[in-house]
Design a protein around this ligand. Structure first.
Ligand code: GDP
Ligand code: GDP
Length: 457
């Protein structure tokens, strides 16, 4: 039965083209507690369309696919804020800003039972500066007697305040009609948000290797603290960062920023964070210190990445310390050959988190690794490759028998997994040879690959 399913895959053919238009983007902004999450849930009808096929990976909670009157669009939630008392107004506005930058239109949510506050004013200023179409939602108008409250929001200067009750759904249809009137057919900015949401990156490495320095350098002033949907947890754990013209999600960054002051137990907490970040990520950037020899902890972190099946990029940090040191560079090359042979497929970036040198090399490496991780080899191509390989290098005869490969298929990606149907067990050496050739032929730079066997006796 299972074999029949696999044979269906064989028939399935080439992957789908990806040149469909990118739906327009609607950002929902406003200060905390006005009901943004409730409104987002109402709009998407709790159907989270960002489907995730990686087990153990949490869904993306920033952008959602929504549909109204037969039109598909993307809703971007601006997420939460940091609980720091000073400058909170400014923080809220800054965090809303990145979402507004990628949006084609904005729904600005105000709590009509409270009226405009100074935090709302900070958002108003930012929205004026941006000049994008704004639809004003006067939320928490749960019944007609409260409509007068909504009318008082005319003063904000964004036109008609749509009276809505996100919680009961009252008025949200009219609000969406108005929002869709402002949205173009295709996103003008959608390129910033990849299909399926920003890719999720874990920044890993032992304490003091330079993780928070790198994050700061990458994030610059465009840092956004993202939180969970629907007013549940408010841990500012992930950060959205714009790199190379796209948004990326750096997961579990709170664990990077929370300085470990205690001397012992630091290793333990570091490995806990590594695991939880890997659970959420699609690709890991493992930082290693270029000026020091590979430590036991580095090896452990790499092992966790390999076990997780995530894509991998190696970043040799603090390169500024050895730019003059020819000897160390020579030894580093030897160490990489010897100690990192098992991850020789991972792209390498030499950089300096401190000076920012080569930080722009990270995006191409991440793209390469993720593209490999996502890659699906059509069954026909895969079997043509195997046919040639076996013709050139048949499996050695063992005890008068020669196991044959009947056919192969790649049932899944992220990371790529292959199944070989054979008439007997393949030698481990022959299996390694196949994996090597798979990599050479199809270029799986940056991703682990798995090859399993199904033996037909
Ligand atoms: P956010 O911080 O802006 O995302 O706000 P939430 O969606 O978490 O909502 C904050 C609070 O306001 C929650 O207790 C909601 O239940 C409540 N709320 C949201 N929308 C409405 C509404 O239309 N009417 C009333 N009465 N309460 C609402
Ligand atoms: P984390 O514990 O991995 O987050 O490491 P930090 O980012 O806190 O960095 C630890 C120390 O290394 C700090 O003193 C940084 O200034 C320093 N550091 C980080 N990156 C570099 C770099 O590229 N070059 C040099 N020379 N020092 C760095």
């Amino acid at each position: 039965e299972e074999d029949a399913a696999l044979l269906d895959l064989w028939e399935e053919g080439e992957p789908e083209p990806e040149d469909e238009p990118i739906p327009p983007v609607l950002a929902i902004v406003g200060r905390p507690n006005v009901g943004k999450s409730t409104l987002v849930n109402r709009i998407i009808g709790r159907r989270e369309a960002v489907v995730e096929d990686v087990p153990g990976v949490t869904r993306d909670r920033v952008s959602y696919e929504a549909e109204w009157n037969g039109r598909v669009f993307t809703v971007v939630d601006t997420g939460g804020w940091e609980h720091d008392a000073k400058g909170i107004h400014q923080r809220v506005a800054e965090q809303a800003e990145l979402a507004v930058d990628v949006a084609d239109a904005v729904v600005f949510v105000v709590d009509s039972t409270v009226g405009p506050t100074s935090t709302d004013e900070a958002v108003v200023k930012m929205l004026r500066r941006k000049g994008k179409p704004v639809i004003l939602a006067a939320n928490k108008v749960d019944d007609i007697t409260q409509e007068a409250d909504a009318a008082s929001l005319w003063g904000l200067g964004f036109g008609y305040p749509y009276p809505v009750s996100a919680i009961h759904g009252r008025g949200t249809g009219d609000l969406l009609d108005a929002a869709l009137d402002e949205l173009p057919e295709e996103s003008a900015y959608g390129g910033l948000i990849p299909r399926g949401g920003p890719r999720r990156v874990a920044l890993l490495g032992r304490p003091n290797v330079g993780k928070s320095s790198l994050l700061n350098k990458l994030a610059g002033s465009d840092r956004v603290v993202v939180d969970d949907l629907a007013g549940t947890t408010r841990d500012p754990v992930d950060e959205l960062v714009e790199l190379g013209g796209r948004l990326w999600r750096f997961v579990d960054t709170a664990g990077i920023r929370r300085r470990q002051h205690m001397a012992h137990g630091a290793d333990y907490y570091a490995s806990l964070r590594t695991q939880s970040a890997l659970d959420k990520a699609e690709v890991a950037v493992v930082l290693l210190e270029a000026s020091e020899v590979l430590s036991e902890q580095d090896v452990r972190i790499l092992q966790l990445v390999l076990e997780s099946g995530r894509a991998l990029v190696l970043a040799f940090n603090k390169w500024d310390l050895l730019s003059q040191d020819e000897d160390r560079r020579w030894y580093l090359e030897r160490e990489i050959e010897k100690d990192l042979a098992h991850v020789a497929w991972a792209p390498r970036v030499n950089l300096s988190a401190k000076t920012g040198w080569h930080k722009d090399k990270l995006v191409p490496a991440l793209d390469t690794a993720l593209e490999s991780w996502d890659k699906r080899i059509p069954t026909g191509k895969l079997n043509a490759f195997l046919g040639e390989l076996v013709a050139e290098h048949p499996h050695p005869v063992r005890g008068g028998k020669q196991p044959r490969i009947l056919f192969a298929t790649q049932p899944s990606s992220r990371p790529p997994k292959f199944i070989l149907f054979t008439t007997g067990f393949l030698d481990p050496g022959y299996r390694r040879f196949i994996i090597r050739r798979l990599r050479e032929t199809f270029g799986f730079e940056g991703t682990p690959i798995e090859v399993a066997m199904r033996v037909r006796e």
